[in-house]
Design a protein around this ligand. Structure first.
Ligand code: FRU
Length: 512
């Protein structure tokens, strides 16, 4: 078992976390408006599928313990991507004669025309996943079908449907490719840093179309690919994006994307083979994949937030906020835009109990609390702000803050913009908890040359996401502040700044 675990770089991270679990309840860090499992360990989102008004979220789940193992598909549904209803395990680990098969990552599709022949009443849900067999040292692609709306699955009796007789071969991502009228699978050969594309008329018989890679970042095994066609904002152009996760190399936890064209056979990268485009600038965002079958062809994805070394209990690991995807044309080429999904933002006011709004705040080398009445308590909020920072000044927010009586900082996380260097920094040096030492301070270079910056900060107890300039960059991380560290201040240092407006919505009760 140990020997097998050492074969996967991201698994190494998961193994490192095992030793840390010590069953002390940490409800002060439990997110309220992000998905966490009811209990126990989660990693990747799997089988994201919209069906009959519900977003299905399957997830890599250990049904028994608060660390990685016994991998099965957990299951939850939501109508608004905020309130999740936990359902029983959808695809459990398969144990036969003391041989176990773990249900690794994959996707789910709605087979509305019964191309598979599995469907009883019109369409059915088909899951395509990696069966991971430690004993046979094999990973191959399996399918399973559900005729009860995705609650329970029956494994196809002639599995596997794709097998290269390899130990490392996983994470099939499948959708219906309308121009070619076939199912398209993207899957990775992790240690070779290759994505493969397969086509199928029926989800059972697959034909290899082409391979992509090695390109971009190859410092760790490739995992959890996705291929998606996205609109370029303000144009009629559509381009293809290939996302690939890779954790455990010099970049730590990392997910990259390639932009290009897919002609029904091959993916062609627009950029030079060595160009690396990060999907996120934090130290936790991983294994993100998009939902299939969303009405209006809306493109929404969600990522796993790899837990830090800080143990949490009775859950471990969570998902990011679901994000809408599009592309933007820049002088350097097309770049990904990701914003908290409009499915959520359209009902944000209904979800907020208390709202603090402040306009035209002038700050000159000072720090003030924008929430004078102390309405926002408990570190579960959504903060939007527009700042104009004078040259040579640095301005932003200190959040999850606590000072002692002498004014000395006990905890704080500093999110700041420097208009001279055009850098956005998230500094977790005093954030609290056990954090990844190498990633205490992360900086993003912001496009353009303006003093203005727009920030959306989602703090949900221990989960922190910062979106810059309407989704041009995202940074996803964790903090573990002390119980009384929930102060918010706005500040300008080294000069002056105007905070044009701040809106803080308290989501502690999620509208309940
Ligand atoms: C990524 C990953 C996948 C694999 C799954 C196993 O985090 O390693 O490649 O399918 O987790 O839990």
């Amino acid at each position: 078992m140990k020997r097998l675990l050492l074969c996967f770089s991201s698994v190494l991270i998961k193994v490192a976390l095992i030793a840390q679990s010590d069953n002390i309840p940490t409800l002060q860090w439990r997110p309220v408006y992000h998905f966490t499992p009811d209990k126990n360990w989660t990693n990747d989102p799997n089988g994201l599928l919209y069906l009959n008004g519900e977003y299905h979220l399957y997830n890599q789940q250990n049904p028994f313990e608060n660390f990685w193992g016994h991998m099965s598909w957990g299951h939850a549904v939501s109508t608004d991507l905020i309130h999740w209803k936990h359902l029983p395990i959808a695809i459990p680990e398969k144990i036969k004669d003391s041989d176990t098969t773990w249900i690794f990552s994959g996707s789910a599709v709605w087979d509305k025309n019964n191309t598979s022949g599995f469907c009883k009443n019109g369409g059915c849900v088909v899951a395509i996943y990696t069966a991971h067999s430690p004993n046979r040292r094999n990973e191959s692609q399996y399918i399973a079908y559900s005729n009860d709306g995705g609650k329970t699955f029956v494994n196809y009796e002639k599995n596997p449907v794709v097998d290269l007789n390899r130990l490392d071969f996983r994470d099939p991502n499948v959708f219906w490719y309308e121009p070619g009228k076939f199912w398209l699978m993207t899957v990775v050969v992790p240690d070779m840093h290759k994505a493969q594309f397969y086509s199928s008329p029926n989800l059972k018989d697959w034909t290899l179309l082409s391979e992509f890679g090695p390109q971009g970042y190859t410092g760790a095994n490739w995992e959890c690919p996705f291929l998606i066609q996205l609109p370029v904002e303000g144009t009629n152009v559509k381009k293809w994006v290939l996302g690939i996760s890779a954790a455990g190399g010099e970049r730590g936890v990392f997910e990259q994307y390639f932009v290009g064209d897919f002609d029904g056979k091959e993916f062609k990268n627009d950029n030079a083979a060595d160009k690396v485009l990060p999907l996120d600038y934090g130290d936790t965002y991983y294994a993100a994949i998009p939902w299939n079958n969303v009405p209006g062809d809306k493109k929404i994805y969600i990522g796993w937030m790899i837990p830090n070394t800080q143990p949490t209990w009775p859950w471990r690991g969570q998902m990011s906020i679901p994000r809408d995807l599009s592309l933007k044309q820049t002088p350097e080429g097309y770049r990904l835009i990701q914003k908290p999904s409009s499915v959520i933002t359209k009902s944000l006011d209904k979800l907020s109990d208390n709202v603090v709004s402040v306009a035209n705040l002038e700050l000159n080398n000072e720090e003030i609390n924008p929430d004078k009445a102390g309405k926002i308590k408990g570190n579960a909020y959504w903060l939007d702000a527009e700042l104009n920072v004078k040259p040579n000044a640095v301005a932003g927010f200190r959040i999850a803050q606590q000072k002692d009586e002498g004014g000395k900082v006990i905890n704080e996380t500093v999110i700041s913009y420097n208009s001279s260097t055009r850098q956005l920094t998230v500094d977790r040096t005093n954030a609290g908890g056990k954090l990844n030492e190498h990633a205490l301070k992360r900086t993003i270079d912001i496009e353009g040359n303006s003093n203005a910056v727009k920030l959306t900060i989602l703090l949900d107890k221990s989960s922190l996401e910062v979106f810059v300039n309407d989704g041009e960059a995202a940074l996803t991380t964790y903090i573990y502040p002390g119980e009384h560290a929930d102060n918010i201040t706005a500040f300008a240092a080294g000069g002056s700044a105007e905070i044009k407006n701040i809106k803080i919505r308290d989501l502690s009760n999620r509208g309940k």
